[in-house]
Design a binder for this molecule. Structure first.
Ligand code: AVI
Length: 336
């Protein structure tokens, strides 16, 4: 295995990869996002700020919970259908994964597809995630794999992908990360992905499906309290990084299924009327008792609605594999 490392910038985008008004970089960017989004009605924070080191560790733990089935269902589908998926990057093709996490899924796909000479491009904001993914992929020695990492937002990573006219490309966007975009954001992001590939390249999309409300709420408000910790860590992070003075004992986690919008929402609910300051963002605000800060949306789909969402961007659906028990879909599209 060979490894190339390239770094690209990451400034000024929210959870959906979009710029927010007045974005700057790093901590300044977080402060400006906090100031902008916490003053919207309803108050909110972009979900991408959930993923500092502790938030990422909590999310990894969530993926092991019996009630959160996305990760295991997707891994099983990737293993089961790896040979069919592998047809798309045969002949020394490349696989581009957006948001590689631990690299476990790509490693499973490549191991079971058994396609030699693949060039894997990993795009992730987290250097730790890139490092773990490289390690996971280095275990596959037989396949003469080449790995290039791009520490970047999805958008910057896609824009920086070198053109490759000679080899087929499979773009993998897994884990139902698409579900953290609102519908216009998802469409805009699909346009961006389509612009990064050529006709006859492929997109592999993992997306969680609508299921009974009880199951959805257990997945996003688990009895062990990991998702609550994952959500409340955002307040801890603002205290540590932005000089905020959130009293964590005066907030609780709430997950809500919004059937009209087909999304699970995560909120932080204020347990009292209180005033909070965010020093580095130079503002204070009052929360009413029961008022919420909306921290994440996780859209859920029907098998047909995935096709309806993706095809207008310039793809046609070629295959769809569904785990009926977990209600999760892996859908393969060809760029046209
Ligand atoms: C990363 N993303 C797809 C997860 C989801 O299901 O929306 C994040 C998550 N939020 C709460 N639990 C997991």
């Amino acid at each position: 295995m060979t490894r190339d490392v390239s770094f690209e910038g990451s400034a000024g985008r929210d959870a959906t990869g979009q710029r927010f008004p007045g974005a700057r970089e790093d901590r300044g960017e977080f402060a400006e996002a906090a100031r902008f989004y916490l003053q919207l009605e309803p108050r909110q924070l972009p979900s991408r700020f959930l993923y500092d080191a502790l938030g990422s560790a909590l999310f990894d733990a969530i993926c092991h919970l019996p009630w959160y089935r996305i990760t295991r269902a997707e891994l099983a589908l990737l293993q089961r259908h790896a040979v069919a998926i592998g047809q798309t990057f045969q002949d020394g093709g490349r696989v581009v994964e957006l948001g590689c996490g631990s690299g476990e899924k790509l490693a499973a796909l490549l191991t079971h597809a058994e396609v030699p000479g693949v060039h894997a491009h990993l795009i992730d904001l987290s250097d730790a995630a890139l490092g773990r993914s490289v390690q996971a992929l280095s275990a596959i020695e037989a396949l003469d794999l080449r790995v290039t990492t791009h520490q970047a937002t999805y958008e910057d990573g896609l824009l920086a992908l070198p053109a490759d006219d000679a080899h087929p490309t499979l773009l993998a966007f897994l884990g139902s990360n698409i579900g953290n975009f609102d519908p216009p954001g998802a469409s805009a992001f699909l346009d961006l992905m389509r612009a990064a590939v050529r006709p006859r390249d492929y997109l592999l999309l993992g997306a969680d499906l609508v299921k009974p409300e009880r199951e959805l709420l257990l997945a996003y408000d688990d009895p062990l309290g990991l998702t609550a910790a994952f959500n409340k860590n955002l307040l801890l992070r603002m205290n540590a990084e932005l000089g905020a003075d959130f009293d964590l004992s005066r907030f609780t986690h709430r997950a809500v299924w919004n059937p009209a919008a087909s999304r699970v929402e995560m909120h932080l609910v204020s347990l009292a009327e209180q005033e909070v300051g965010v020093a580095d963002a130079e503002f204070r605000f009052r929360l009413q008792d029961g008022e919420t800060i909306w921290t994440e949306s996780s859209y859920k789909y029907e098998p047909a609605s995935i096709r309806e969402l993706v095809e207008p961007a310039g793809f046609v659906q070629r295959n769809q594999w569904i785990d009926e028990a977990a209600r999760f879909a892996l859908t393969l599209f060809e760029a046209v």
